[in-house]
Design a binder for this molecule. Structure first.
Ligand code: IFM
Length: 449
C-alpha cells in the first residue's frame, strides 16, 4: 500500500476525556463539589435534567477503561483533574484520597505504556471558589497556580505533558456571555475579567511549572475558521469579528503580548484597560499549543447577535448531532493559520470528533460509519498540514467514551466506545476498531475509502 498518509514514528495517537464528563462520584472520598455540580442541580440547566453524578463511573472503573485504551493501541491519553477532588475548598486543605485517584490512574496508564497528557482545568471550578467570585476574581489565577504546583510535585517523573486550561473561550462565552454553562452568568462586564484571569492563571501556572515541574506544558484552545456568507462588506466584517473573538482573543495575548484591538470595540465600555505588567505576564513562554477542532462557520451580519454581530448560515453539507458542519479541511486550515500567524510552536490536535445518533449495540457490535468517515477525513487533513510543514506531534480523538456533554447531558454521544446509560457496559464501536488500525499502520490505512 502506498505510504501517502504515513504519520511520523513518534506521533502521539490518543483519545481525550475530561473529569466531570466521565468520572461520576463527584463527592466521593472527601471531594468538594464543583460549580458544574451546583449548576446541574438548577432546574432547566441540563437537557433531561441529567447530572454527572454517575457519568461513566470512570472513578471506579478506570482500570477497565485503561484496558480499553490498551486494546485500542492508544499511545497517549488526555484527561483532566477535578480540582475539587484535590482541594475540596479549592485551596488550603489537600484531600490526599482525591489526589490518590489520579496517582493510580497515571500508574495504570504508565504500566501499559500509555503517555498521560494531563489537563489542569477542564471547566470544573471548585464551588467554594465560585462563591468567592470564581474567575472574575483576580485571586483565582493565584489559586489555580497553587493547585497546579501541588500536582506538578505529586506527579513529577510520571506525567511529562501538561496543559493548563481547556478552551478558555468556551469557559467565558458559554459561562459569562450566554449563561449556558456554569457559572451561568450573562455579564458583559465580568466576561473580559474572567478571560483575563484565566489567562493570568495559565501564565502563573506555567511559571510555577518552570520552578517545580518537569516535562512540557501548553495551553488548549478551540479554533474554527470563520467565512463570510457573501462578498458584502457587512458580512465580511461580521465574519472577521467572529474570527477575532473566537480565534485571536486568547492566542494573541499569550503569543503576541496584547489582546486584539477589536476586543475593545466588541465589548465597548466593558473592556477594561489591562495593566502593562499583566500583559507582560501573559506572554510567559510555554512549550506547545493544543488545538481542539470540530467545525467551521459561515457568517452573515446580524446586528441582534451580542458582541460579534455575526450569525451562522446553514450550508448544504453534512451536520453532526451538535448542529456542527462536517468540514475536514478546516482542520488543515487552522493548523496552517496558527503557524502563519504565531510562528513555529509544536502543535497537537487535542480534540477532534463527532456526535452522531449511533444505533444500539447488536450482538456486541455498534456500527458508526459516519464517525469513521469523520475520523478518516480529519486525519487526512491533519496529515496534509504535516506535509505542508506544520509541526504537529499528536492527535487525540474526542472522545474515548460516550459521556456527559455539558448542557446537553447524555443526549450527544461522541465516544469511540459506547457506554450503556443504564448498565454502564462499555462496547467499542466500529470507529474504535478503525482507529486501532490507523494507529497500527501509522496512518497508512487512511488511503482506503
Ligand atoms: O465535550 C466537549 C469538551 O468538553 C470540550 N470540547 C468540545 C467537546 C464537545 O462539545
Amino acid at each position: 500500500m502506498a505510504a501517502q498518509y504515513r504519520f511520523p514514528d513518534n506521533f502521539f495517537w490518543g483519545a481525550a476525556t475530561s473529569a466531570h464528563q466521565i468520572e461520576g462520584s463527584p463527592l466521593a472520598d472527601g471531594a468538594g463539589p464543583s460549580h458544574w455540580h451546583v449548576f446541574a442541580q438548577e432546574p432547566g440547566r441540563i437537557a433531561n435534567g441529567d447530572t454527572a453524578e454517575i457519568a461513566c463511573d470512570h472513578y471506579r472503573r478506570y482500570g477497565e477503561d485503561v484496558e480499553l485504551m490498551r486494546r485500542m493501541g492508544l499511545k497517549a491519553y488526555r484527561f483532566s483533574v477535578a480540582w475539587g477532588r484535590v482541594f475540596p475548598e479549592g485551596r488550603g486543605r489537600l484531600n490526599q484520597k482525591g489526589l490518590d485517584f489520579y496517582l493510580k490512574l497515571v500508574d495504570a496508564l504508565l504500566d501499559v505504556g500509555i503517555e498521560p497528557f494531563l489537563t489542569l482545568y477542564h471547566w470544573d471550578l471548585p464551588a467554594a471558589l465560585e462563591t468567592q467570585g470564581g474567575w472574575a476574581n483576580r485571586d483565582c489565577a493565584d489559586w489555580f497556580a497553587d493547585y497546579a504546583q501541588t500536582l506538578y510535585r505529586a506527579l513529577e517523573g510520571r506525567v511529562r505533558y501538561w496543559t493548563t486550561l481547556n478552551e478558555p473561550w468556551v469557559v467565558v462565552h458559554e459561562g459569562y456571555v450566554k449563561g449556558t454553562h456554569a457559572p451561568g452568568k450573562v455579564s458583559l462586564r465580568e466576561a473580559p475579567q474572567a478571560t483575563h484571569n484565566l489567562l493570568r492563571g495559565h501564565a502563573l501556572a506555567v511559571q510555577a511549572f518552570r520552578a517545580d515541574g518537569k516535562g512540557e506544558i501548553g495551553l488548549v484552545v478551540n479554533l474554527e475558521p470563520k467565512y463570510s456568507a457573501s462578498e458584502e462588506r457587512a458580512d465580511r466584517e461580521a465574519a472577521n469579528r467572529a474570527h477575532v473573538y473566537m480565534n485571536q482573543q486568547y492566542l494573541d495575548p499569550v503569543l503576541l503580548g496584547s489582546y486584539p484591538e477589536e476586543m475593545a470595540e466588541l465589548f465597548g465600555s466593558h473592556w477594561p484597560q489591562f495593566p502593562p505588567e499583566d500583559l507582560r505576564l501573559l506572554r510567559e513562554p510555554f512549550d506547545f499549543l493544543g488545538i481542539n477542532y470540530y467545525s467551521r462557520s459561515v457568517n452573515r451580519a446580524e446586528p441582534a447577535e451580542a458582541l460579534t454581530g455575526a450569525a451562522p448560515v446553514r450550508q448544504a453539507a453534512e451536520y453532526t448531532e451538535m448542529g456542527w458542519e462536517v468540514y475536514p479541511d478546516g482542520l488543515r486550515e487552522v493548523l496552517a493559520w496558527v503557524k502563519r500567524r504565531y510562528g513555529e510552536i509544536p502543535l497537537y490536535v487535542t480534540e477532534n470528533g463527532a456526535a452522531f445518533a449511533d444505533p444500539r449495540p447488536v450482538g456486541g457490535r455498534i456500527d458508526d460509519p459516519r464517525r469513521i468517515d469523520y475520523l478518516r477525513t480529519h486525519l487526512r487533513a491533519a496529515h496534509a498540514a504535516i506535509a505542508a510543514g506544520v509541526d504537529l506531534r499528536g492527535y487525540f480523538a474526542w472522545s474515548l467514551l460516550d459521556n456527559f456533554e455539558w448542557s446537553f447531558g447524555y443526549s450527544k454521544r461522541f465516544g469511540l466506545v459506547h457506554v450503556d446509560p443504564d448498565t454502564l457496559v462499555r462496547t467499542p464501536k466500529s470507529s474504535a476498531d478503525f482507529y486501532r488500525e490507523v494507529i497500527q499502520s501509522a496512518g497508512e490505512v487512511l488511503q482506503k475509502d
